[in-house]
Design a protein. Sequence first.
Lengths: 236, 236
Amino acid sequence: MNKRNEHIVKSYDEELARLRGEILGMGELALEQMSGGMRALREGDGALAEEVIAADARIDKLELEVSGDVLRLLALRQPMAGDLRGVLSSLRIAADIERIGDYAANVAKRSLALSEAQPRAAVNGLSEMVEFASGMLREVLDAYAAGDAVRALDVRDRDVDLDARYNSLFRELLTYMMESPSVIGTCTHFLFIAKNIERIGDHVTNIAENIWFQAEGELPADERPKGDNTNIPLTP
Amino acid sequence: MNKRNEHIVKSYDEELARLRGEILGMGELALEQMSGGMRALREGDGALAEEVIAADARIDKLELEVSGDVLRLLALRQPMAGDLRGVLSSLRIAADIERIGDYAANVAKRSLALSEAQPRAAVNGLSEMVEFASGMLREVLDAYAAGDAVRALDVRDRDVDLDARYNSLFRELLTYMMESPSVIGTCTHFLFIAKNIERIGDHVTNIAENIWFQAEGELPADERPKGDNTNIPLTP
């Protein structure tokens, strides 16, 4: 390889590293938004909720930057095979993180609608779901940074546990609503918040599968585990 | 242009046309799934619900084919500027239609959980939402087939009306739940189904913006209209 090619290769790697950095930055921001949104809900902190809602635009902007970088990379560098997959997966991973950001902001938005975060047991259940989902996101970002496809699939397998937590909380919320019509409004918001967090787990799963795709060139062979069982008969 | 270049150009156009055809096929299937899912719910037709749930895999498969075609196109043809945008937008549009398919299948899945589709007024409200959202999807697919960016943005503007229908139905459902705890289970499913249809409108909006991006090279300047107002205080 002559000097000139070395230079081109290095510069291309730099651009890929930049893309990776942008995506990891998006992920960090999404993690902050998740904990911020949940704290705003738990503590009834309206100012924090407004901050979280406003900060969502930063994640959206980062996603646009990633898209722009991908377009530029494809146009100028015309990457092949593994590199091409890597670049396209980045686009998908950025889209998944952007959606996670939307769900986090929606938790903050819904918190503004509640006069008090009650019943407390349900709020604790939501907090635990957020912590569990944040752990999954943190882990999948680490797998992305390390390019570790096996670790990514390990994270995917944890989604069934998040779904199990969602199923339990869903049932718990229905019982509160049946016992006391006055909490129906609040618990409806809690149902949607729980669903948001369950969806965050699905997006982490997508990210994990894209890390695998990036490394292996195909989607993982085994079916992803499915764990949302709230579609069971509920009415007499 | 010599004979050889003409041949290459023609073949490239054919590949783009093929991509477009696959996406329109996905769209048609999604439309069928939306009406099938809603009919299964309205008529309590479990066999139809199962069909709709099974057919979702066909849309997923088509999305994978689109992704494969895009990868191949990028690798072999290395399109520039407008063509590159077109190819990348196709990827995004396919992802949006795939999600619409998921939401339609989820309506069918939830219909299986209901022993009867009551209260009837709420079911009618859901039917009207599905019809409205289907009209939006049909129109945005026509705009895509015609490459008509202005028409696409017209469809986007209709999303506020879908959101308004969602807001009304959301409130209506809460009143049924407060009046009669025995319908809380069913109405919770209806709340999620209404939210699914509202989300379908968001995905149609994304598709419209991608058609614009494909034609103009940038996202539409004006903010998309926001109309989900169900985050208003509901509790005393």
